[in-house]
Design a protein around this ligand. Structure first.
Ligand SMILES: Cc1cc2nc3c(=O)[nH]c(=O)nc-3n(C[C@H](O)[C@H](O)[C@H](O)COP(=O)(O)OP(=O)(O)OC[C@H]3O[C@@H](n4cnc5c(N)ncnc54)[C@H](O)[C@@H]3O)c2cc1C
Length: 465
């Protein structure tokens, strides 16, 4: 095969790659694109072995394996189709966590495009721009429930003459001669290892998932102690996942005021706290959803007396519910993936995940519930009773794997720049939730897609930051 004809080489074929390629080709009717996908059209046992890992901390190894799919379409084969934008303040630095070095307003056109692409309508996007406040500090942040696009039809790529899709082509690592340009890609295909030579003007986009991007960039180099791609020493670090607690509190509430307390118009109801309150109390993002219930049998017994007392005191009928919550976690260096000495069947070093939710993450959720509860009472909207034990002992992950190759302006504390170009390599770009410097609390897919659209523009020479 003549590789030098490809101007763009994309590793991975998940929704991130597909969004990138669609946007790239809109403005580029001539370029040829090579897609290297490790999996095939279906998940296979052999390919599942490539996601095997050892795990220490909050999750076992199955958890990571089940949330990272090696097949055409990647993890979008599993996602449920809930989408939402991150919030403006998620992009901003504050006194207890970093920001994105990307301004929220500049992301909006890309979010709009992603919304159209993923949900076939823009009403929800417009809605998100006008968040409703119920008090000065509680706002309604909708999550759109869409019919999940699976991105699993490889015909789409195969019948496009500008694209060559190579399935069952597992990238092992990159090669370089000068630590400035990637000069080759080591690939396992058809039972053997091959080197794809890369010219300086050819651009590579690595979109193999948070675990996959790190695994490739951490592979040992045969000529140096420093892996090709890990010159910063930061690859694999700042691994993140949202956590959820179901239920995390009982609630009695005035349904007329908390009017979105039942899922409406394909939105999942979701309440968050204002930026001011979060900053003042050093709270990470938190999201509370109310499930209305008719009977008290699922509620904590000690709460039942308060219901009648409060209804009498406020002279209004109150509804019953359970709160299901999600929390953001702080990016931390010790939450990471590292390589082991054992190799998988394509000749790549396997990896170990070290990851735990910290007391800061869980305390932030607890304190957010407290603030949320205080505001409800103050505004005579409702009252909650927190389930401490559930927050601290029974919270679990969402499978939203993020971090490991974070973006940032400062090359001392990030792996790629704000245009998603690797700080050290002029022809290597990173894509997917691996570049998230913070996670916010909203499902990641829409932000991944918006970043893909943004990167497509950059690759077409539009809008460098
Ligand atoms: C059960 C579940 C439900 C979810 N629900 C939602 C939801 O409702 N909303 C939401 O926003 N998010 C959801 N997510 C999260 C979302 O699916 C992921 O965040 C997203 O798919 C990650 O995209 P990615 O492109 O970064 O990686 P991936 O989708 O993992 O893509 C990686 C691609 O790279 C390929 N690859 C990997 N390694 C190599 C290699 N060495 N060589 C070549 N190719 C390689 C893979 O085969 C794959 O095609 C859910 C996830 C799970 C597991």
């Amino acid at each position: 095969m003549i590789y030098k004809n490809y101007s763009l080489i994309v590793i991975g074929s998940s929704h991130a790659s597909q969004t990138l390629i669609d946007s790239f080709l809109e403005k580029n009717k001539k370029s040829k694109i090579l897609v290297l996908e490790g999996g095939s059209d279906q998940e296979t046992e052999m390919n599942r072995k490539l996601t095997e890992n050892t795990s220490y901390g909050s999750h076992d190894s199955n958890y990571w394996q089940n949330h990272w799919v090696r097949a055409y379409g990647g993890t979008s084969r599993k996602w449920e189709g809930w989408i939402g934008t991150l919030e403006r303040e998620d992009f901003e630095k504050n006194n207890f966590r970093g920001g994105w070095d990307i301004d929220y307003d500049s992301m909006l056109p890309h979010y709009k495009k992603a919304y159209e692409y993923y949900s076939d309508e823009t009403k929800s996007y417009k809605y998100e721009k006008n968040l409703e406040y119920f008090s000065n500090h509680i706002k309604f942040k909708p999550i759109k429930i869409t019919k999940a696009k699976r991105f699993t039809d490889s015909n789409k790529f195969e019948k496009n003459k500008q694209i060559t899709l190579e399935k069952e082509s597992n990238v092992i690592k990159f090669l370089t001669k000068n630590r400035k340009i990637i000069s080759g890609i080591e690939v396992f295909k058809n039972g053997k290892t091959d080197i794809i030579p890369i010219q300086p003007e050819q651009k590579i986009v690595l979109a193999a998932g948070s675990l996959g991007n790190a695994q490739i960039l951490l592979q040992p180099s045969s000529t140096s102690d420093i892996a090709i791609g890990n010159e910063s020493g930061l690859v694999g670090k700042n691994l993140m996942d949202h956590f959820q607690t179901m239920p995390s509190a009982d609630i009695i509430f005035d349904e007329k005021i908390l009017k979105h307390s039942v899922p409406m118009d394909n939105f999942y109801n979701c309440f968050t706290l204002s930026k001011d309150l979060k900053i003042e109390n050093e709270l990470l993002n938190f999201q509370a959803s109310i499930q209305q219930i008719n009977q008290t049998e699922h509620m904590q017994k000690s709460f039942l007396d308060e219901i009648s007392l409060l209804s009498a005191q406020w002279n209004k009928k109150l509804s019953l519910g359970l709160i299901h919550s999600r929390g953001e976690i702080l990016p931390q260096l010790h939450n990471c993936i590292k390589l082991t000495n054992e190799k998988n069947w394509v000749g790549q070093n396997k990896f170990r995940v070290e990851f735990s939710y910290s007391s800061k993450d869980l305390m932030s959720s607890l304190n957010s519930h407290r603030k949320f509860g205080e505001l409800l009472v103050k505004n005579k909207i409702g009252m909650i009773k927190i389930r401490n034990d559930d927050i601290f002992r029974r919270s679990f992950g969402t499978g939203h794997i993020m971090g490991t190759t974070k973006l940032g302006k400062n090359r001392e504390d990030s792996v790629c720049d704000v245009n998603l170009k690797h700080h050290n390599y002029d022809n290597l770009y990173l894509l997917g939730s691996s570049v998230f410097p913070t996670s916010g609390v909203i499902n990641p897919t829409l932000t991944i897609a918006a970043l893909a659209d943004r990167l497509a523009q950059r690759l077409n020479g539009i809008g460098q930051s």
